[in-house]
Design a protein around this ligand. Structure first.
Ligand code: XMP
Length: 489
């Protein structure tokens, strides 16, 4: 939706109808999902949603849900349909205006619609005659079995545009130029004359935010750079140089390495690590800064979604450290501002480009707030951190040398909490294991493992075991997200 210039939000299936009706959106998409509408406890929406007069597009599960709830019939197919299929359009649906009569679409479903609910008509089938699209045109409810949102669906974007513009009449006003203008105005309105602080990490998000804040608020903005001791090799000098010299920002540098590592001592649980890091970060902020009015944070939309999972029964995937209790308290006092909280990572990059953030800063890989703490698996020591920094720097250097750094979304080393047997000289050694991870992604919500050339992996592995004596094994992670996450913890 956003690529087509229309702002959209993701909300869980049980988002209260009252809140939808309080600020009615131009349209609603009922998305696909892994559940079956035939299973007990399957996610359902409020039935009154269908009578609210808001245009609806059901996709895959969304289509089956519409039929299940409105009196059609959904059946479990004997075989899962997965992959390319041929779409044959029947009749003239506004959803298919300007769309070729026959085109390739992407299907991924187990259940199918066998009988329509009253008032519905078939508007497209797949080559084998199965129902691929339906509509109740007078009520502006449309549904498709295939996935128009994936690139494999040739005419997908046109179909989505047909839903957005002629059907919903949504104005295409979402652009990063507009975002910068409106966010600048909002920041000025909210923060003019106030003491504004902002945590910076040197990453794309916080750097871009700092540039935007300074552009909006001038010298009233102080960027605080906390070294938590969990940064990559020599990263603190590099970041300070970028922020101060290259971007001309006012930066307060706080080296809190000792405090972070002391608080993390003996802690092995990733959730506890995140909580401790979040809390220590806030403590350090308070200490360094008794007088401030507003704290600007670089929270992004995926952090918001992942901390409030859309799937009802699933647990919180990870506690993002921007959401710990201390921050929530500041939020209640109205002292937190999160200008990027509706942006996806690729949108922040567009903002950065528009604000002329230098390319090498822009192309830096994302780095998690808890830093190397979630890459030293298990408890953290200075020795382990040192080892990981060296391994990570070697891997990144090899990627850069071979032109792979800019081709992957993120790449890093992980220190595993296991030992493995190896031979060093004539001796059997019981050594440390380093895992290398590189993924391609467009927004980090999903990711594929990067198919790096064997010689790049080989060069990195050889240099790592040569440089770090206690490491005798290097492995490469070949899982995608899902089912894995990008980070190991
Ligand atoms: P996952 O591991 O969830 O990562 O697939 C998705 C993206 O988020 C980053 N990440 C974090 N960033 N605090 C952050 O600021 C965190 O706790 C955190 N955990 C993961 C990760 O590096 C990837 O870019």
């Amino acid at each position: 939706m956003r690529e087509l210039g229309v702002f959209s939000e993701i909300q869980p299936f049980d988002f209260p109808l009252k809140r939808i009706l309080a600020e009615p959106p131009a349209g609603i998409i009922l998305s696909g999902g892994p559940a079956s509408t035939l299973a007990a406890g399957a996610p359902r929406v409020d039935r009154k949603l269908f009578a609210a007069g808001i245009p609806i597009l059901g996709i895959c599960y969304g289509m089956q849900l519409l039929m299940r709830m409105l009196g059609g019939r959904v059946v479990r197919s004997t075989q899962r349909e997965y992959g390319n299929a041929q779409l044959r359009i029947e009749g003239a649906s506004p959803l298919f205006a300007g769309v070729a009569d026959s085109s390739t679409v992407w299907m991924s479903h187990g259940d199918s619609v066998a009988a329509l609910a009253p008032g519905y008509a078939v508007t497209a089938r797949s080559a084998d005659g199965a129902i691929a699209a339906i509509e109740d045109r007078p009520r502006r409810i449309f549904a498709v079995q295939f996935h128009p949102e994936v690139a494999h669906s040739r005419e997908g974007k046109k179909i989505l545009a047909n839903f957005l513009f002629p059907v919903c009449g949504a104005p295409p006003t979402w652009s990063m130029e507009n975002f910068i203008a409106s966010e600048t105005a909002r920041l000025r309105e909210r923060c003019a004359g106030k003491r504004v602080v902002l945590g910076v990490s040197g990453g794309v998000d916080s750097t871009t935010l700092a540039v935007l804040a300074r552009q909006a608020l001038g010298d009233g903005v102080t960027a605080i750079f906390v070294n938590n001791g969990l940064l990559r090799l020599n990263e603190e000098q590099e970041v300070l140089d970028n922020l101060r010299r290259r971007l001309g920002l006012k930066v307060t540098y706080i080296d809190a390495t000792r405090r972070f590592l002391a608080n993390l001592k003996g802690v092995a649980s990733p959730e506890r690590k995140r909580k401790i890091i979040g809390r220590t970060f806030i403590e350090v902020f308070y200490k360094g800064l008794k007088d401030f009015d507003v704290l600007i944070q670089g929270t992004l939309y995926p952090d918001v979604i992942e901390s409030n999972p859309v799937q009802g029964p699933s647990q919180t995937i990870k506690t993002h450290h921007n959401r710990v209790r201390e921050v929530q308290r500041l939020e209640k006092q109205g002292r937190i501002s999160e200008p990027f909280k509706f942006l996806f990572k690729d949108e922040v990059r567009q903002v950065a480009r528009l604000l002329a953030v230098p390319a090498d800063i822009l192309q830096r890989h994302p780095f998690p707030g808890p830093g190397l703490a979630v890459r030293v698996l298990g408890n953290i020591t200075r020795g382990k951190l040192e080892m990981l920094k060296q391994a990570d720097a070697i891997f990144i250097e090899e990627l850069r040398r071979n032109g792979w750094y800019d081709r992957v979304w993120q790449a890093f080393a992980v220190l595993l909490p296991v030992r493995s047997v190896g031979v060093m000289g004539d001796e059997r050694a019981y050594g440390q294991v380093i895992a290398l991870r590189a993924v391609t992604a467009t927004d980090g919500m999903t990711a594929d493992w990067a198919q790096l050339p064997p010689q790049v992996l080989d060069a990195a592995a050889q240099r790592i075991v040569r440089r770090i004596r206690s490491v005798n094994r290097v492995v490469y992670d070949v899982t995608s997200k899902p089912p894995a996450t990008i980070e190991w913890e």
